[in-house]
Design a protein around this ligand. Structure first.
Ligand code: IMP
Ligand code: MG
Length: 169
């Protein structure tokens, strides 16, 4: 498989995102809300690159099943004991493709009255940025490839690759 971003390139980008977020949220307490499972490695690196007062929580979303195409149905597993109200929430995603998953998550989180809400995604597929109507931090904008590694899977494979690679079929 062809490498799209090396481990070193990814870590530089994550550090950059961490710096921007640290600056934007100076003196604020942040609740980082990771979207499992795809964001788990990005989440761990991002959390450590933000300077400040951070809490962590997770939400699980599933939409692709065993295919490389979005199924259009998003299943969310959100623990209602997680307190969102009155907190500065940053949702941490691996990748935005159709945006369906994120919209469902945002709807769910907004309903819990956060003090503020933004999203940090490592990857976003091209031409999707225009349709974004929330505060977004993003790492890399990519062509319409299906990518794996650094947390991203195809049918639960390749998540633990250090680099991000283009899945070839
Ligand atoms: P969306 O709902 O179409 O935006 O898809 C978002 C979710 O699908 C992401 O959180 C990923 O977990 C998964 N996904 C989308 N594109 C890819 C890809 O290229 N590789 C691996 N997973 C992907
Ligand atoms: Mg996912």
């Amino acid at each position: 498989m062809k490498t799209l971003f090396s481990e070193a390139q990814i870590l530089v980008k994550v550090e950059e995102l961490g710096k921007i977020i640290s600056n934007d949220y100076r003196d604020k307490e942040i609740l980082l809300l990771g979207v499992l499972k795809g964001s788990f490695l990005f989440f761990a690196d991002l959390a450590r690159s933000i300077n400040g007062n951070i809490q962590v929580q997770f939400i699980q979303a599933e939409s692709y099943g065993s295919s490389a195409q979005s199924s259009g149905h998003v299943k969310l597993n959100f623990n209602k004991n997680i307190v969102i109200q009155g907190k500065h929430i940053i949702i941490v995603e691996d990748i935005i493709d159709t945006g369906l998953t994120l919209h469902k998550i945002i709807e769910t989180i907004q309903a819990e009255s956060p003090l503020s809400l933004s999203v940090c995604t490592l990857l976003i597929k091209k031409n999707k940025i225009n349709s974004i109507d929330f505060k977004l931090y993003h790492g890399f904008e990519i062509e319409d490839y299906f990518v794996v590694g650094y947390g991203l899977d195809f049918n639960e494979q390749y998540r633990c690759l250090r680099d991000i690679k283009i899945l070839e079929n």
